[in-house]
Design a binder for this molecule. Sequence first.
Ligand code: PEP
Ligand code: MN
Length: 287
Amino acid sequence: MAGGWIEQFADAPDVLKTAPDQKTIVRAGGVEVGGGEFVTMAGPCSVETERQLMETAEHVAAAGARVLRGGAFKPRSSPYAFQGLGVEGLRLLAKAREATGLAVVTEVMTAADAPLVAEYADILQIGSRSMENFALLEAAALTQRPILLKRGMVATLADLLRSAQCIVSYGNPQVILCERGIRTFETATRNTFDVSALIVLKEICCLPVIADPSHAAGRRAFVPGLARTAVAAGADGLLVEVHPHPEQAWSDGEQSLTFAEFDDMMADLAPWCELRALRSRAVETVA
Ligand code: PEP
Ligand code: MN
């Protein structure tokens, strides 16, 4: 690694690799992220109703997802938009976990909510808008639940790793990073999916890295292509929005996959995941 270049990550010493094969495996609800298996986390943007969540959980589990996503506390850009079901949403997520065996990831927005969300979730999600809310990072870390840390939409990789370092410094090394697209001048997609982030992070950082093609794309037609790119780039998993009736979704319907589209995406990813597994087995054999 070029001597000076890596210095930009000097504030994140505990998440930088000290050996090329060093990796942190994050364990949550019977699932291992970063351990070799490509882990798909899927579900609605927001938890809306019991029926919507249960149908989605059952469908994505049958199609191969390992983790159920769904927001109960929603960071909405507009004060008039649906803000989430709150505790009722958390209860529904726990019920869906019981019914399907999926682990649950859901966002925590405030430090005060961290212990409550940790009672229900297997993984606490820190959203893009909160990546540098250091009080929240501390409170989330202290719950000792694994943390899914999403890259801020205007955050550099050094900024992202600094926030990851904070969580680790608070005594919680179980951190998953998530590339979800960044703000650029491009308007054809909601955000610009930064595939370089996956390559760079997998090279220098020991933490698992997943991709969220839904919030990057903003439109469902582009989600499967970005997902395929993420697998090929070496991501450890996906976070993807799925809804039984996207046109009726209370949030992010335009980027949510239908059940049929999710099935097609999973089938399309299968050979890429197999290739990825063969490659990592080959690397392990050489090492
Ligand atoms: C989400 O995944 O629910 C979400 C709000 O995404 P982001 O924080 O990346 O905008
Ligand atoms: Mn969303």
